[in-house]
Design a protein around this ligand. Structure first.
Ligand SMILES: Cc1cc2nc3c(=O)[nH]c(=O)nc-3n(C[C@H](O)[C@H](O)[C@H](O)COP(=O)(O)O)c2cc1C
Length: 224
């Protein structure tokens, strides 16, 4: 049991959000294994609400193109409302992880153009060879999204176990109407996020930092 826990903990500790990928594709059999593992997460009523579009090759490039056109057109319209604000400790953590990235890639405070350029890297999919677009039935509402959150996490961990790097991206879901059109995803489904994935470029500055976590006693309220 101790061995199993330490192996799992090491897998969790080794995963990070990758923001620079090599071009080489992930073999289909590896992607299928990752998906098969991610599907094992629990869901309310075992509804398994996740549906996934996975792009490779020219289809990933076409997605990059569609997203960049959408950003230029300014058509930001997520299916699921984006957070209305981050305050207190959440604001602090958001700032800390943002500045860890900006410091790593050399964006200095106040350089709005450089900041915007780094933010646009989301829509290049950080040069990943693949992207997974995750959607959930609209009628399942927040609980469908909750189930899919588990799927997204398991996908990232299963990928990590295969040596494949990932980054979940809500930024892509900001342009949901374009994704519905581009992939023919019906309006009865909510587009939740993308996961860009592939093999990490270990030397890229954007991959040179790691985020930290609040200690357990900050997140738990023991009773009894
Ligand atoms: C649902 C979700 C959406 C995210 N969206 C983005 C995104 O749009 N762009 C981005 O650069 N990172 C995004 N991230 C990555 C987070 O910034 C990252 O998980 C967090 O800073 C913790 O760092 P780590 O994943 O390296 O441990 C997202 C993560 C999750 C779970």
């Amino acid at each position: 049991m101790t061995m199993t826990f330490s192996a799992f903990d090491a897998l969790l500790a080794g995963r990070f959000s990758c923001r620079a990928f090599r071009a080489d594709p992930v073999p289909r059999a590896v992607i299928e294994r990752i998906l098969g593992a991610a599907c094992k997460v629990p869901s309310w009523c075992n509804a398994q609400p996740w549906q996934v579009v996975i792009t490779s090759g020219a289809e990933t490039d076409a997605l990059r193109g569609a997203l960049k056109d959408a950003v230029e057109a300014g058509s930001h319209a997520p299916d699921l409302p984006f957070p209305t604000g981050y305050s207190g400790v959440y604001q602090q953590r958001r700032r800390d992880c943002g500045w860890a990235l900006y410091d790593a890639v050399g964006v200095t405070r106040g350089d709005r153009a450089a900041l915007a350029r780094q933010s646009m890297r989301n829509f290049d999919l950080f040069d990943a060879p693949h992207c997974a677009i995750i959607s959930s039935p609209a009628e399942l509402g927040a609980y469908g999204a909750l189930d899919c959150g588990g799927f997204v996490t398991a996908f990232t961990l299963a990928a990590q176990a295969e040596g494949v790097a990932t980054i979940p991206q809500a930024a892509l879901a900001g342009f949901s109407p374009v994704l519905h059109r581009h992939f023919g995803i019906g309006d009865d489904r909510l587009i939740l996020c993308g996961i860009s994935f592939g093999y990490a470029d270990p030397d890229a500055p954007a991959n040179s930092f790691r985020t930290d976590r609040a200690p357990v006693d900050e997140i738990v309220d023991w009773r009894g």
